[in-house]
Design a protein around this ligand. Structure first.
Ligand SMILES: Cc1cc2nc3c(=O)[nH]c(=O)nc-3n(C[C@H](O)[C@H](O)[C@H](O)COP(=O)(O)OP(=O)(O)OC[C@H]3O[C@@H](n4cnc5c(N)ncnc54)[C@H](O)[C@@H]3O)c2cc1C
Length: 433
């Protein structure tokens, strides 16, 4: 029981002294009061599918596992809201609102396993966030148990609310350091009536990256726009079989959703634009099932890389979109310099690319060298005005670079906020603040 709550999808782990599995907000409050009195660290845990060691109980103490607080309390199309306990699985909420013709867009690839509480605490994103925004844009209200056991209700169920500071925004992305989220009120929107997708193969990854801005320049706003590079395509070909999408050195996958005529028109324009940009084979999907087939291929890319026999270090850097070509070129240079495989793919539409360093077991043992390669990547991304992480958060994995990614003033602000909300440093201690 303890080992199963000691880590997440990243490599760090540490055993808690105890695990607490609440069903109600009051349970969390009681435990937190006890921990405040006895000075016991508490670390919130959703599904433990994070990628940065965020839910690792670094200083032991008690892990609060929210998996049994998994009730969808209400879906109200009239108000355009869904109210959930924080342990609800993201995909379960999406399916439940879809049954009523409604839509909760944020779509992390882990959506069948991760919790909405974890999504709020990491401000999770996914392919559709290009058009629809990240988790933050859907959180209207939160119920949060504070470090002393008191209960704060921030925001509410209205779609606009400007009462005081943006405290909802303060808790979104706070990685369990400021409070324990027990209930979430989310904005839902009508489900788009149709979707189409287009897969395009390129012989050169920089051509695919260049094509990204051409799509926007032609007045198109896809619901998702993904690009994958050479090594990703090679792994996909080896493990998923031949497919026109994998027949070159890079691919782009675009999706449009909305009314049937509008999406078909957008698809035709996208085809022309991509052809001018050097796309060779194109595969169009005109209905739900064939769109899903294309997306399944894209989702399997990560697994295909894992099956290549190398160990994958998944980074989730973000660059301003004008730097996408530079990022793909820099990844290739990094590959040559360090002799690692570098597979870059992901949400090119918002500049958020998973740069995966693929290492042999020997290479993994040389930690200082790996650290140097990551140093180079992060320095470059920061120098372009980018960010270390677009989706996964800081957790433990990015702690060594936290100082470089923030100014002294910003770090001081984080400390002051932490001090105000958790003066005894009991909530998820040992992390970046
Ligand atoms: C295969 C795979 C694919 C992924 N794809 C994506 C992706 O496309 N986009 C993306 O954004 N992420 C992705 N991730 C990362 C991960 O799934 C997200 O970060 C997700 O939001 C984590 O949710 P969780 O419930 O597993 O949280 P956990 O890993 O349990 O916790 C994550 C953080 O949230 C805190 N936390 C959890 N619950 C609460 C709560 N109730 N109150 C306060 N704090 C809490 C924890 O303390 C921790 O700091 C992926 C991960 C994997 C393994």
């Amino acid at each position: 029981v303890l080992d199963a709550r000691s880590g997440d999808a990243w490599m760090a782990s540490n055993r808690p002294d105890a695990v607490f599995i609440p069903r109600h907000t009051q349970d969390v409050q009681q435990l937190t009061r006890l921990c405040a009195r006895e000075q016991i660290p508490i670390t919130a845990r959703g599904a433990g599918r994070g990628y940065v060691g965020g839910c690792v109980p670094q200083q032991g103490g008690i892990v609060v596992d929210f998996s049994m607080m998994n009730r969808i309390i209400e879906i109200s199309p009239e108000d355009g809201v869904a109210v959930v306990q924080s342990g609800v699985i993201t995909g379960d909420l999406q399916a439940a609102v879809k049954e009523q013709g409604w839509f909760y867009p944020p779509d992390p690839a882990s959506l069948k396993e991760c919790t909405l509480g974890g999504n709020v605490a990491t401000n999770a994103g996914g392919p559709r966030c290009l058009k629809y925004g990240v988790t933050r844009h859907y959180v209207l209200g939160l119920e949060v148990v504070l470090a002393d056991g008191s209960l704060a209700r921030v925001g509410g169920r209205t779609h606009k609310n400007k009462t005081g500071f943006d405290l909802v925004g303060l808790f979104v992305g706070s990685e369990g350091l400021l409070g324990m989220i027990t209930e979430i009120t989310l904005r839902i929107i009508p489900h788009p009536p149709s979707r189409v997708a287009l897969g395009a193969m390129f012989f050169d990854p920089t051509q695919a990256a260049t094509a990204v801005n051409k799509i926007f320049a032609n007045g198109l706003l896809p619901s998702a726009l993904e690009v994958a590079d050479k090594l990703t395509v090679k792994a996909a070909r080896a493990h998923l079989g031949e497919h026109p999408l994998f027949s070159g050195e890079a691919f782009m996958l675009i999706e449009f959703d909305g009314h049937p005529h509008a999406v078909e028109e957008a698809l035709e324009i996208a085809k022309q634009v991509l052809k001018q940009c050097g796309a060779k084979k194109m595969t169009a999907a005109h209905d739900e099932a064939s769109c899903e087939e294309l997306w399944e291929l894209r989702r399997q890319c990560s697994e295909a890389l894992k099956k290549s026999g190398r160990i994958k270090f998944n980074e989730d850097v973000v660059v301003p979109r004008s730097r996408l070509v530079d990022l793909f070129q820099f990844s290739e240079a990094l590959e040559k310099k360090y002799g690692y495989g570098v597979a870059a793919f992901g949400h090119a539409g918002d500049g958020n690319i998973h740069v995966n360093l693929m290492l042999s077991e020997d290479q993994v043992r040389d930690r200082p060298r790996l650290h140097r390669a990551l140093d180079e990547l992060f320095e470059k991304v920061l120098s372009w005005g980018g960010a270390l992480t677009g989706e996964h958060g800081i957790g433990l994995a990015k702690m060594p670079w936290w100082h470089r990614a923030t100014s002294a003033t910003v770090r001081m602000l984080h400390q002051q906020i932490k001090q105000a909300l958790d003066p005894k440093d009991l909530l998820n201690p040992g992390k970046f603040v």
